[in-house]
Write a protein that binds this ligand. Structure first.
Ligand SMILES: NC(=O)c1ccc[n+]([C@@H]2O[C@H](COP(=O)([O-])OP(=O)(O)OC[C@H]3O[C@@H](n4cnc5c(N)ncnc54)[C@H](O)[C@@H]3O)[C@@H](O)[C@H]2O)c1
Length: 329
C-alpha cells in the first residue's frame, strides 16, 4: 500500500481559477489528495492533473460520481451548475465542498438542502472568510454586537466577465454578497428578522442583475447591521473586505487590510493585531478534511449557505419592490 492509498481521495469539478486555488491548498495537507479532475474543458482538467498530480482527468463528471474511491468532491464551477452537481454528488454518496453561492434562487437551494438531509452527506460551503483568525477573534471580543457594518467593494467588473451574466454569475451582489451576509449573520449570532435595501444596476446600467446594494438588516437578537456590496471601486484604505462591530457597553472592533488587521477598542485602550498572510483558503480546506477524517459535520453546513443567500435574495426583492422584506424562517 502506498502513502497515497491511505489519503482521503478527492475529485475537483471545475478546474478553473478557484478550483486550482483549492488544489494548491490540498497539496499542503497530508491526509488528502485530489485523485480526479473533471471539467467540461478537457484542457483545464489535464492542466490541473499535470500540475497537482492524481489519477485521471475527464470531461465526464459521472465518472467521478461512479468512482468508489472518491470520498468527496469540490464543486468549483460557475453558479448555474452548483445545485445540480451538488445533488448528483450527494446522491452518489459523495461529500461536497461547494464554492459560493449555493445557487441563485431559493428553489435550487432548498432542493440541495433536502438531498443533503436525505443522503446524510456533508456539504460545506466555501465561505473562506469564516476561517480568517481575526474574524473569529472579533466575534469572541464582541459576541453580542448592537451594530455590525459589513462591506465588500470591488473595482468595476468587466461587462463581459462571466460573473456578470444573469445565468452563470448573477453580478456582484448575487455572486459575492453571500460572503458578506454570511459574516454579518455569524457576527450577529442570530437570524435575520427584516431587511430594507436600496441599489440597482448602477455600475452596469441596462444589465439584468443588481450590482450595488446598501441594506439595513434587523436580527432577531435586536442587533442591526449595515451591508454595502458592489463594484463601484475597491477602497484603498479599508480594502475590499471591511467589517466593524460595536457593542452597547462601549467596545468596538474594525477589520480591514483584507482581514489581516483588526483594531480593537475596549472602552479605554486601543490595540491592533496583524496577520502576515490571508489564511482563509488554507484553513477552510483543513477544516473540511478534518471533519471528513473525524466522520462528523463541519462547523459550516448547508443551512449557512442557504441563510446567506436568503438575505441576498431578500435584498434584491427590497431593491426591486421598494418594500421592507420580513423573514419567515
Ligand atoms: N471563495 C472565493 O473567494 C472565490 C473567489 C473567486 C471565485 N469563487 C467561486 O469559484 C467558482 C468558480 O469560479 P472561477 O473564478 O474559478 O471560474 P472559472 O471560470 O475560472 O472556472 C470554472 C471552471 O468550471 C468549468 N465548468 C463549467 N461548468 C462545468 C460543469 N458543468 N462541469 C464541469 N466543469 C464545468 C469551466 O470550464 C471552468 O474551467 C464560482 O462559484 C466563483 O463564485 C470564489
Amino acid at each position: 500500500m502506498t502513502e497515497n492509498d491511505t489519503k482521503c481521495k478527492l475529485a475537483l469539478i471545475g478546474c478553473g481559477g478557484l478550483g486550482r486555488v483549492h488544489a494548491e491548498c490540498i497539496s499542503k495537507i497530508d491526509g488528502a489528495a485530489f485523485s480526479a479532475y473533471a471539467d467540461i474543458d478537457q484542457g483545464a482538467a489535464d492542466r490541473a492533473l499535470a500540475d497537482f498530480g492524481g489519477d485521471y482527468a475527464t470531461t465526464d463528471v459521472a465518472k467521478v460520481f461512479e468512482d468508489p474511491r472518491i470520498e468527496a468532491v469540490y464543486i468549483c464551477t460557475r453558479h448555474d451548475s452548483h445545485a445540480s452537481l451538488a445533488i448528483d454528488a450527494a446522491r452518489a454518496g459523495k461529500h461536497v465542498l461547494i464554492e459560493k453561492p449555493l445557487a441563485l434562487d431559493m428553489t435550487d437551494c432548498e432542493k440541495v438542502a433536502a438531498t443533503i438531509r436525505e443522503t446524510g452527506t456533508v456539504l460545506m460551503p466555501a465561505f473562506k472568510m469564516r476561517y480568517y483568525p481575526l474574524i473569529r477573534k472579533a466575534r469572541e471580543f464582541i459576541p453580542h454586537p448592537s451594530i455590525i457594518v459589513g462591506q465588500m467593494m470591488d473595482n468595476r467588473w468587466g461587462d463581459d466577465n462571466w460573473a456578470q451574466d444573469p445565468i452563470q454569475g448573477g453580478a456582484n451582489v448575487h455572486s459575492q454578497g453571500c460572503h458578506t451576509t454570511d459574516i454579518i449573520r455569524y457576527f450577529s449570532g442570530s437570524e435575520p428578522e427584516s431587511i430594507w435595501a436600496v441599489g440597482g444596476m448602477m455600475t452596469h446600467p441596462g444589465h439584468a442583475c443588481i450590482d450595488q446594494c446598501v441594506a439595513s438588516i434587523r436580527f432577531k437578537s435586536g442587533c442591526v447591521a449595515s451591508w454595502v456590496q458592489g463594484d463601484s471601486s475597491c477602497p484603498p484604505f479599508t480594502s475590499k473586505f471591511f467589517f466593524q462591530l460595536y457593542s452597547a457597553d462601549g467596545r468596538s472592533v474594525q477589520l480591514y487590510d483584507r482581514l489581516k488587521k483588526a483594531t480593537f477598542f475596549d472602552g479605554e485602550k486601543t490595540w491592533t493585531e496583524v496577520r502576515e498572510d490571508e489564511e482563509g483558503f488554507q484553513l477552510e480546506n483543513e477544516a473540511f478534511i478534518k471533519a471528513l477524517s473525524e466522520g462528523r459535520q463541519p462547523a459550516l453546513q448547508v443551512d449557512d449557505c442557504i441563510q446567506a443567500t436568503r438575505i441576498v435574495l431578500a435584498a434584491d426583492k427590497a431593491i426591486r419592490t421598494g418594500e421592507v422584506q420580513n423573514f419567515t424562517t
